[in-house]
Every structure is written in structure tokens, then in C-alpha cells.
Design a protein around this ligand. Sequence first.
Ligand code: NAG
Ligand code: NAG
Ligand code: NAG
Ligand code: NAG
Ligand code: NAG
Ligand code: NAG
Length: 385
Amino acid sequence: MQSRAVPFEEGKEPSVINRTNQSKTSQLRLLRILVPFLALCVTFSVISIYTIRYFGINGVPTTVKSTFQPCYEEPRSLKQWIRPPLNLIHNMTDKELLWRASFVPRIKKYPFQRVPKIAFMFLTKGPLPLAPIWERFLKGHEELYSIYVHSLPSFQADFLPSSVFYRRQIPSQVSEWGRMSMCDAERRLLANALLDISNEWFILLSESCIPLYNFSVIRHYLMKSQYSYMGAFDDPGKFGRGRYNESMAPEVNITQWRKGSQWFEVNRKLAISIVEDTMYYPKFERFCRPACYVDEHYFPTMLTILAGNLLANRSITWVDWSRGGPHPATFGRADITEQFFKRILEGHNCTYNDQSSSICFLFARKFAPSAMEPLLQLSPNVLGF
Ligand SMILES: *[C@@H]1O[C@H](CO)[C@@H](O)[C@H](O)[C@H]1NC(C)=O
Ligand SMILES: *[C@@H]1O[C@H](CO)[C@@H](O)[C@H](O)[C@H]1NC(C)=O
Ligand SMILES: *[C@@H]1O[C@H](CO)[C@@H](O)[C@H](O)[C@H]1NC(C)=O
Ligand SMILES: *[C@@H]1O[C@H](CO)[C@@H](O)[C@H](O)[C@H]1NC(C)=O
Ligand SMILES: *[C@@H]1O[C@H](CO)[C@@H](O)[C@H](O)[C@H]1NC(C)=O
Ligand SMILES: *[C@@H]1O[C@H](CO)[C@@H](O)[C@H](O)[C@H]1NC(C)=O
């Protein structure tokens, strides 16, 4: 109470005044404030009227409109449709992603200079121990390729900003060998890569793959090829047709059943066929379960039905099954010699555009992390990069 009384007692106003006096004083004060305010209003109105007279009635609203327009309506240019996504991270579900990736222009001639790119799609559990080989292989070809990596969702990639693998990880999910989740991962890679309209060739690779030629040779080989390199073998033996389930008919007939390597190369047209498929997917998902390994049958069989004449029916990725067993040979430090590469590069005859050719394989697997050092030493002489 005392603290409130003090200012009153010390105030300049007499502590005892009658009511009329007080109200007169406050009216005067109000006027002192209102008069300058009114003057300000009048001045503003006069300026406004002059502005409208000089610049026209529409002058003021037009200014406001043109200032705000860019916020709502950006001028559209073709660029925003053909520019690859800056960031590979998105929150689309697989369903949304596949739908978006299936967009195809109906006019086949591009109204801009399109430089076709190779999409290297790495399907791995996590690390890429042979990354330095790929870095060297890709150096100097920045406008001609794109990289996509699908790894376990729990894996944290730690590539430096200077690396070709920096921020090239796509939103991933757990995938198991021989199960549909593996085909889902491959379709996810294809779909993400399709979002860049410049990607023309799509190559599925593992962390143990290496290129066998320099970038120019590989690009030239793909660019001139009339076929996509999907292994698609009609193997009437136990492990081929034996995995066919009659419930897949009529969509899939046993004569169309194919087996192939998981590691493929397809062009844009076939990549779209794979991501847009809703007819064969449910059949394979339901009727091709271990011991039917769906990742060896789904794409080769489906593409044989849809576009068999566009397939080379062989792989472009060399692998050594000669040691027998359920897994191909893995090569380490001691295996990497010039002699070894002579065997891979020169020991084959195959067809390329229906002509016999000695270049059969563009990539090879499987290489252990210990192979990296000798590979880097030999690659300039033996592999040409
Ligand atoms: C993705 O993010 C947007 C914006 O935050 C949200 O509206 C949308 O529902 C999300 N989609 C999914 C599939 O989570
Ligand atoms: C085909 O698949 C169904 C459902 O999975 C199964 O019951 C049937 O035994 C299979 N048939 C053959 C020949 O494998
Ligand atoms: C599979 O196709 C062949 C020839 O294309 C045909 O003769 C056969 O009847 C078909 N089989 C089934 C089960 O439809
Ligand atoms: C691959 O096989 C399909 C039939 O499955 C055939 O039409 C096509 O011509 C074959 N490709 C080549 C390059 O021989
Ligand atoms: C490849 O074909 C050429 C000519 O037809 C032949 O001389 C060579 O021995 C063949 N090489 C292999 C590995 O079959
Ligand atoms: C790529 O390799 C080929 C064949 O080995 C060679 O002729 C060419 O000069 C190489 N290109 C580059 C850019 O190194």
C-alpha cells in the first residue's frame, strides 16, 4: 500500500483536486495529441490524391500486384521439367515413386539438346570398398553419368563432398536375396534414376563390381548397341523351367519362363516397362518364392514377354562360376595380375548387334576389398583408365 501512495504524494499534481478540473485537463491533453494526428492524416490524404491523379487510378494497385505476383506464379520454363532432382532424398512411398517414374513424353523428339547419361545403380548392403576404382573411372565425365546407391536403411554413408558417391543414396528398405524385396529394391533404383530424364542406360551393379574398360569405350558400346543386356536363358533343366508354377498362367506361359543374372543393363524404354508393371508383379510375388528365386526370373521373363526382341539374352557383367558351388568366385589381392585380366578380356566370343565380337563384358565381379590396391596399380595399363 505504501509504495502506491508514494508517487501520488510526490507527483506534480496536487493530491487533492476536484473532478471537473481533472476532466478539463485531460481534454486539453487529448486535443494536443489529436491535432497533430489529424494534420498527419490530412497530409497523407492530399499526397494520396495527388499520387492517384499523377500516376492514374490503377497506379497503386498495379504496383502492389506486380510486387506479389512472383510469390504465387513463377514463370514456367522447360527447365523445371528436365532438370534432375537436386536432392535424392524424398518422402514418396514406393507406390508414389513408381507412378511418378512411369511418366513418359509422347513426343519422341526432345525439344532441347539432350545428352544421354549412364545411370550406375549400386545395390549394396552398405559400404563401397571399391569406390576409388569407380572414382578414377568416372573422373572427367561428370555430365555423362549419374549414380544411385541403395543400401540398408540403417547404413550411414560418409562420403566426402568431393566423392562421386556423395549424397547419391536413395531412400532404401531392407531387401533379401531371392525374395521380392530384392526386386523392389531394383525397381526403386530404376524409378529414382528415371526421374532424371537424361538417363538413358541403367546398369545394376554390386559393391564387388569393377569396370573392365574406360568410360569412353563403355559409353560407346552402350550407345551403339541395339539390345539391352539382360541375361534371359531358357533353361529346360531342373533349375530353369522347374521353378515355373502353373498358377502364373495365362500371364506367364512355361515357354516364356526365363532365368538370368540379377546384374543387368536396360535402356530407358525397358526401365519404364519394369517400373510400370502391375500385371506380372503379383504373379511373381505370389507364385515365385524360394526355392524359386524371384530376382533371377521376374525381369528376364517379363521382358521376354513384353520385348524379347530387344534383349541380348546375355549379361555384360563377367562372373566366374567355374569353381562350382552356390556362389561365384571372389577375387582378392593375389588374383589381380595382367594374366588374370587377359583371361577375362580376351577369352570369349559373343555377338554384339548380331555380329561376332570379342568385347563381351563391360564389367566384372566379384572383387574383394583387398583387390583394390593392385587394381589401382594395373588399371591404367590393363583397363585403360
Ligand atoms: C511427404 O511430406 C509432405 C509435406 O511434409 C506431406 O504432406 C506428405 O503427406 C508426406 N508424404 C508421405 C508419404 O509421407
Ligand atoms: C504353385 O503355388 C501354389 C501357391 O503357392 C502352391 O500351393 C503350389 O504347390 C505351387 N505349384 C507348384 C507346381 O510348385
Ligand atoms: C504356351 O504357349 C505355347 C505356344 O506359344 C502354346 O502351344 C501352349 O498351349 C501354351 N500353354 C499354355 C498353358 O497356355
Ligand atoms: C533373345 O531371345 C528372344 C526370345 O526370347 C529373341 O526374340 C531375341 O531375338 C533374342 N536376342 C538376340 C540378340 O538374339
Ligand atoms: C573366337 O573366335 C575366333 C574366330 O572365330 C577363334 O579363332 C577363337 O579361338 C575363338 N575364341 C574362343 C575363346 O572361343
Ligand atoms: C580408352 O581406352 C581405349 C582402348 O583401350 C583407348 O584407345 C582410349 O584412348 C582410352 N580413352 C581415354 C580417354 O583414355
